[in-house]
Design a protein around this ligand. Structure first.
Ligand SMILES: [Zn+2]
Ligand SMILES: [Zn+2]
Length: 140
């Protein structure tokens, strides 16, 4: 085991910058229609992180949050629109980081596709990872 590195990330305009030290949960590619719209792309690349290890270095005042479904907020930069993370009111200890906002490399590979039944008609999932039609049951 090596000491966990400090990860760094930022939005497109650079106004928001953050650091994270801690582990990642299962790296999940979400194809649900809300994630597709929020990213403007085929899926959201989501790394669950511990909220206590996440620290905003700059740009807290730039953050905007959109409650896309009751109790679920999607947080993004109000200047450039970059999605940064989402959070569930019911799970305050966890943030779901958008992996594309990281500036440091991630050693972990994606683990699965979720909401694959909602994928874009033009999208072909061809990487051999497990595909779940919706969200798999939480692991105990
Ligand atoms: Zn920005
Ligand atoms: Zn989603």
């Amino acid at each position: 085991m090596t000491a966990p590195m400090v990860h760094r990330g930022s939005c497109l305009c650079g106004g928001v910058r953050y650091e994270y030290s801690g582990g990642f949960g299962p790296f999940t590619l979400c194809h649900c229609s809300q994630c597709r719209k929020a990213q403007g792309s085929a899926f959201a690349a989501v790394l669950p992180i511990q909220a206590q290890g996440f620290r905003l270095v700059a740009g807290e005042a730039l953050l905007k949050a959109y409650e896309s479904s009751p109790g679920k907020e999607r947080v993004f930069c109000g200047v450039c629109g970059s999605p940064l993370f989402s959070r569930l009111r019911a799970l305050p200890g966890v943030l779901r980081l958008r992996a594309g906002s990281l500036d440091t490399p991630v050693e972990q590979a994606p683990a699965m596709h979720i909401f694959a039944a909602s994928k874009a008609s033009w999208d072909t999932i061809a990487d051999g990872l497990p595909q779940h039609a919706e969200r798999p049951a939480p692991q105990q």
